[in-house]
Design a protein around this ligand. Structure first.
Ligand code: AHR
Length: 502
């Protein structure tokens, strides 16, 4: 039982958009407060940003950072989040039953991105739940207009003379969901999104706009929602959003390990819907996909006691602080493979979220910050998954899953870097058996295995914790060979792998 595929430089999927390695900072739980921002922490800089967390974010290699929500954005008043911090109002956050102090706001977000480095790009959501076109325009003018208007002058008076230059905007969040403050039907949202998009483009035709797609593929309105929204917005937006979270349920690990089957079908179904509307409108334009929330999230597990106090409008409570195992990291690695395999249409993707809230980085208030298991596949894919995705059509043994039927044990993709290196990302979904893998490399001129790293563990439940923050890390796999244009290796059971060829 072995797997094989062939790589050739003429058979490609697309160039990888760096925005595929985006992330998400929402005002939710401790993502912002005591996550990225904690004045008084021993590592805090003059802006109150935790430099220990900034260093980990740089290592993680995130690009676009979506902000400020999420469900939070549907009650957000952007003007609360600017100006002198001590004058900013405290507000109820209905989405997470918390109190928002607004100590961290728009200017702090832009400052945070600048400190991450030039690879970090803003991805700002406007509130189309409780607000509309006028407020979206005011935010855009405050953020981006260089000078000479009241709102540009206000930004300068607040200490930000230079505009923020936000190009990528989300037109609301999960408006299809009844849980969303200001939930709407597809018709209502489609009209509102079209008017907001038209007006935002009037101010600046170069903005890139994301219309809300479905909150997940299982929504009753899935696909019909996208069709209606895109019929209204097709000429006005660049992307439609997708959100998906996966978890192991009822002990069905085999299905959980095949979560990328759902992600790939979700992507293909949204592409089909976009292209169907394009065909109906006789348009040559293609709408691309912004998979702007994805991750493993143990949504249906009983939440820890710490979350029970969350009914009384606390500030920055401990919410959704999932701890991730090696198994979860293998699934995250596989979801990244799914995104790369669809790089021809997925132009933006955001791991939700960045710190503490279902996140690859955890922190303790006043204490350390550390890498969860899921940190590693993200960081290594962001580092080495840059270039052109090569077509991978694998011949693989299969296994039976309750949710997805017969599924390949191998899940893989490959990326040709600008320097000619080839990087293979591969998952062995078998929980018990090693998987021999044979790759034929044609016309790629590779002669050496630079490195083969794997994330796997004798204990698939192993994780990094406050007490043992370095328990899990990738290890080098010996014995992978490349000769006569053939790569031969054996993937460990339940493993995520990165194999670099020079
Ligand atoms: O990422 C957590 C939440 O999940 C977001 O606020 C929302 O958009 C989604 O339902």
């Amino acid at each position: 039982r072995s797997a094989r595929f062939t790589l050739h430089p003429d058979f490609t999927v697309a160039d990888v958009d760096p925005r595929l390695f985006g992330s998400f900072v929402e005002h939710l739980g401790r993502c912002v407060y005591t996550g990225v921002h904690e004045p008084g922490h021993p590592s805090a800089d003059e802006a109150g940003l935790r430099t220990d967390v900034l260093a980990l974010i740089r290592e993680l290699g995130v690009t676009a950072v979506r902000y400020p929500g999420g469900n939070f954005v549907s009650g957000h008043k952007w003007e609360d989040s600017v100006g002198p911090v001590e004058q900013r109002p405290r507000r109820l956050d209905l989405a997470w039953r918390s109190t928002e102090s607004n100590r961290f706001g728009l200017s702090e977000y832009i400052g945070f991105l600048r400190k991450i480095g030039p690879q970090a790009e803003p991805m700002m959501a406007v509130n189309l739940g409780t607000r509309g076109v006028a407020e979206a325009l005011e935010l855009q003018e405050y953020a981006n207009h260089p000078a000479g208007t009241a709102l540009a002058a206000l930004r300068a008076a607040h200490g930000d003379r230079d505009p923020f230059g936000i190009r990528l905007w989300c037109l609301g969040n999960e408006v299809d969901g009844t849980w969303q403050t200001g939930h709407k039907t597809a018709e209502e949202y489609g009209r509102l999104a079209a008017e907001a998009a038209r007006a935002m483009r009037q101010m600046d035709p170069s903005v890139e706009l994301v219309a809300c797609g479905s909150s997940h593929q299982g929504m009753d309105t899935f696909a019909a929602w996208e069709a209606t929204v895109l019929t209204e917005t097709y000429d006005l937006v660049d992307y439609v959003s997708l959100h998906a979270y996966y978890e192991e349920t009822d002990g069905d690990r085999d299905s959980f390990l095949a979560s990328a089957v759902d992600m790939e079908s979700f992507i293909e179904n949204v592409v089909a819907t976009c292209d169907h509307i394009g065909a109906r409108l006789k348009s040559t334009k293609k709408i691309n996909l912004s998979f702007d929330e994805w991750n493993v999230w143990y949504m249906s597990r009983p939440r820890p006691e710490a979350e029970e106090g969350a009914a009384d409008w606390p500030e920055a409570p401990r919410l959704l602080e999932d701890s991730y195992s090696v198994t979860d990291a293998v699934v995250v690695g596989s979801l990244l493979i799914a995104l790369l395999r669809h790089a021809d249409r997925v132009g933006v993707a955001c791991l939700a979220q960045l710190v503490n809230v279902i996140a690859p980085i955890l922190t303790e208030p006043g204490g350390p910050a550390w890498r969860q298991t899921t940190f590693f596949p993200f960081a290594l894919t962001s580092r080495y998954g840059r270039g052109r995705v090569l077509e991978v059509r694998a011949d693989s043994p299969t296994y039976r899953t309750a949710k997805y039927g017969e599924v390949d044990l191998l899940h893989a993709t490959a990326v040709l870097g600008e320097d000619g290196t080839v990087t293979v990302f591969a998952v062995n979904r078998s929980r018990s058996e090693p998987l021999p893998l044979d790759i034929a490399l044609h016309g790629l001129g590779r002669t050496v295995v630079i490195e083969h790293l794997a994330l796997s563990d004798a204990d698939p439940e192993a994780r990094n914790t406050l007490d043992d923050p370095e328990r899990v890390a990738p290890h080098t796999v010996e014995g992978t060979t490349l000769s006569d244009g053939r790569l031969r290796t054996v993937l460990e059971p339940l493993s995520w792998n990165v194999i670099r060829l020079g």
